[in-house]
Design a protein around this ligand. Structure first.
Ligand code: AMP
Length: 284
């Protein structure tokens, strides 16, 4: 496994692999790896000749400096996990290797970034779309793997790849959860054991909405209320939003009809902001 810090080296490796007709699977991450990330890496390993993982805490997608500063970082532990998963290359550039002096080009995906994380974290998706564009262009993988945990990010990246004509296929993998139901997240590292327990009301709220839907409830307001009521049982958790939106356009819906509907939650537990979601109808 080679750890690459320079973009020029990454370009040259990618070029050689293309010339050798090797299929490349790419998993972009911000590090502090957990089973959620590793599920993407394993799928890439299963499908492709060569697996590349990027580890880059992207300053452009953090709208709060404090959140960026506190984001967990441990390249040594991450590299050990990735070596166990038979990863071939890690791309771990410093910020100034990506955002070079005079950097002035940003990618904005319009419309579907107006809601949910887009409205709560101004500039977040501009940062995400910009770094994903840079990474897809540098690595030119056959397939890139993303988690459903960040459902709006998936919609944004699919739109971006289609609009800008990236050949890389976008592969989406299900959310990996702790046994308690809590969606795995690098930010969970910042939670105490008690807070992790408290945070399980988020996934329980989403499960309750899924049960209500399976019992015949299709109203957006009713489903959102079910989620809210479950989460409110834990007063230390502050809800940022509970929304029901079309899974592709991210536009609010008032009822689950034929299109897939995303029920998405953002909530803060002891200063740590967590997101989670489900798609209705489930299991598709
Ligand atoms: P991050 O390091 O948070 O930027 O995440 C890197 C990739 O891992 C993104 O595509 C995430 O959606 C995905 N990911 C993060 N957490 C999970 C999870 N619990 N299950 C599945 N994928 C995840």
């Amino acid at each position: 496994m080679e750890i690459i810090n320079r973009r020029q080296r990454m370009f040259s490796v990618s070029r050689t692999l293309r010339r050798e007709n090797k299929t490349v699977g790419f998993v972009p991450t911000m590090g502090a790896l957990h089973e959620g990330h590793l599920s993407l890496v394993r799928e890439a390993r299963r499908r492709c000749d060569i697996v590349m993982v990027s580890i880059f805490v992207n300053p452009a997608q953090f709208n709060q400096k404090d959140d960026f500063d506190k984001y967990p970082r441990d390249l040594t532990a991450d590299a050990a996990l990735l070596a166990q998963c038979q990863v071939d290359y890690i791309f771990a550039p410093e910020a100034d290797e990506i955002y070079t002096p005079g950097f002035a080009t940003f990618v904005d995906v319009e419309g579907l970034t107006d809601t949910l994380e887009g409205s709560s974290r101004p500039g977040h998706f501009r940062g995400v779309a910009t770094i994903v564009t840079i990474l897809l262009n540098t690595i030119r993988a056959d397939q890139a793997f993303f988690g459903q945990k960040d459902a709006q990010q998936v919609a944004v990246i699919k739109r971006l790849a289609a609009d800008l004509g990236f050949e890389t296929e976008i592969v989406v993998m299900p959310t990996v959860r702790e046994e308690s139901g809590l969606a795995m997240s690098s930010r969970n590292e910042r939670l105490s054991a008690e807070d992790r327990e408290r945070a399980t009301v988020i996934s329980r709220g989403l499960k309750a909405a899924e049960h209500a839907f399976l019992a015949g409830e299709t109203g957006g307001e009713e489903l959102k209320r079910t989620v809210r009521e479950t989460i409110s049982a834990e007063p230390s958790i502050e809800i940022d939003y509970v929304e029901a939106v079309d899974n592709d356009t991210m536009v609010a819906v008032d009822r689950v009809r034929e299109n897939k509907v995303l029920i998405a939650v953002a909530a803060t537990v002891s200063g740590v902001r967590l997101i989670d979601n489900i798609v209705l109808p489930p299991g598709q």
